[in-house]
Design a protein around this ligand. Structure first.
Ligand SMILES: Cc1cc2nc3c(=O)[nH]c(=O)nc-3n(C[C@H](O)[C@H](O)[C@H](O)COP(=O)(O)OP(=O)(O)OC[C@H]3O[C@@H](n4cnc5c(N)ncnc54)[C@H](O)[C@@H]3O)c2cc1C
Length: 393
């Protein structure tokens, strides 16, 4: 039975929404999370790679939703020069390859266990706004329309977010700020089950990269992203087919997905009167790697804390909620800003320049597996090519 009034309504049951709902419910907030799909986590629109330490911060790792554990990365330049990073993934960008159908459901389960009410097959269709302040949501469940009032609404509705727009927040993305991705889950026993691989080059994925992530039992997520500003490049599926033909000609495709990833500069303006945005809806994914699961969870934890405190204090104004934006920016903003700059620079390089970069660090024995470690070596060995990044690395 759904009530008509809550402290918090969270729109979207992805990682960002579930962690926000969990953190609000744990603090005694009467919390409702709505999800338009009939099954949380399905269909998956993700390569499912995430750093181990990020997962551990928010949920106890469970073999049920861990498909593979990568022991390193390989990056291939356009002409095939290999850069390899191997070791224990303590704070790398990838560590687990998840089964997101089960992972997203496990996070929602945590939210439910903390006391949040969850309603699937329920789409938010608009906001209730009174005197310029968000005070609830309009919902549609099995053809029935109804309204629910809330002290704070959390928009965790992913890359195609409408919640922010309904509140008058500017979350629009320019073509150069979005990667269009295509991915296949394949069975091919020749795939390396211990490494996550990345492939660069204009012929492979203009303005982006291709990936092969192990999924266990001879399976892998094979996908690529193309930057919107390379729109004349053609459909990502054509590139994916070419990539599969070249690198995994015997792969058998089990599933195909498409999806977008925001790769914009970290944005402010993710809070308003009675409303906050979290995860892809707030454009919090990493502009260089496209990784957004961990960032959405981190942001959800901060949002849950700040929103709960604001409600307890009886002040859900934009000014009070801005603490969430400030804390989020302090924790992640600088890294995302740096990675945006690196991405902007890298997409301006030719294939020959990318080859040169790869060659310059192909012999490095990396001490850590963080992206920062890789960038540090690149800048050190290519001061002329990467002078623009010097102040940031
Ligand atoms: C091809 C691809 C590969 C990727 N690979 C990786 C990777 O390897 N690692 C990584 O970290 N990230 C990856 N990402 C990015 C990652 O999937 C997202 O950043 C992450 O899912 C963001 O979480 P979220 O909770 O913000 O949004 P989502 O996970 O998108 O969740 C939003 C939820 O809101 C629901 N919703 C939307 N509108 C409404 C509405 N009106 N009413 C109710 N519910 C609504 C949606 O159905 C969805 O369930 C990839 C993305 C793509 C497309």
């Amino acid at each position: 039975m759904i009530d008509t009034e809550y402290d918090v309504v969270v729109v979207g049951a992805g990682p960002g929404g579930s962690i926000t709902a969990k953190n609000c419910a744990e603090r005694g907030m009467k919390t409702l999370m709505v999800e338009k799909r009939q099954m949380i986590g399905d269909p998956v629109r993700c390569a499912e790679g995430i750093a181990k330490h990020t997962v551990k911060k928010h949920i106890e790792p469970n073999p049920r939703w861990i498909c593979a554990e990568a022991k390193g990365f390989r990056i291939f330049s356009p002409s095939g020069i290999k850069v390899e990073m191997v070791g224990e993934f303590e704070s790398g960008e990838v560590g687990y390859v998840l089964d997101r159908k089960l992972f997203d459901r496990a996070l929602a389960h945590e939210a439910a266990r903390s006391g949040a009410t969850i309603l699937v097959k329920t789409r938010a269709t608009g906001l209730l706004i009174e005197d310029g302040k968000v005070c609830g949501v309009e919902l549609e469940h099995l053809g029935k329309k109804f309204c629910v009032r809330a002290k704070v609404v959390v928009g965790a509705d992913g890359v195609e977010s409408k919640v922010g727009r309904w509140a008058g927040m500017n979350t629009s993305l320019k073509p150069k700020d979005i990667e269009t991705c295509a991915q296949a889950l394949v069975y091919d026993p020749s795939t390396d089950q211990e490494f996550c691989e990345f492939y660069l080059g204009r012929e492979i994925a203009p303005g982006g990269y291709a990936w092969i992530f192990p999924k266990g039992e001879g399976c892998a997520n094979v996908g690529l992203g193309i930057l919107g500003s390379f729109s004349d490049a053609g459909a990502p599926f054509n590139y994916l087919n070419n990539f599969l033909k070249k690198y995994l000609p015997n792969a058998k495709i089990l599933e195909i997905i498409v999806g977008g990833v925001p790769v914009s500069k970290p944005t402010d303006g993710i809070v308003g009167e009675g409303i906050v945005l979290v995860g892809d809806a707030a454009r919090q994914s990493d502009p260089l790697t496209g990784g957004g699961i961990g960032n959405a969870m981190e942001a959800g934890a901060i949002a849950g804390e700040v929103v709960s405190e604001a409600i307890s204090e009886g002040d859900t104004s934009a000014e009070r909620l801005r603490e969430y934006e400030e804390r989020w920016f302090k924790e992640m903003g600088k890294r995302l800003m740096r990675n945006w700059l690196v991405k902007e620079h890298i997409i301006s390089l030719s294939d020959e320049e990318l080859d040169k970069l790869a060659k310059s660090i192909a012999d490095v024995k990396f001490k850590g597996l963080q992206l920062y470690e890789l960038l540090k070596h690149l800048v050190r060995r290519n001061p002329k090519l990467l002078w623009k990044l010097k102040g940031y690395i």
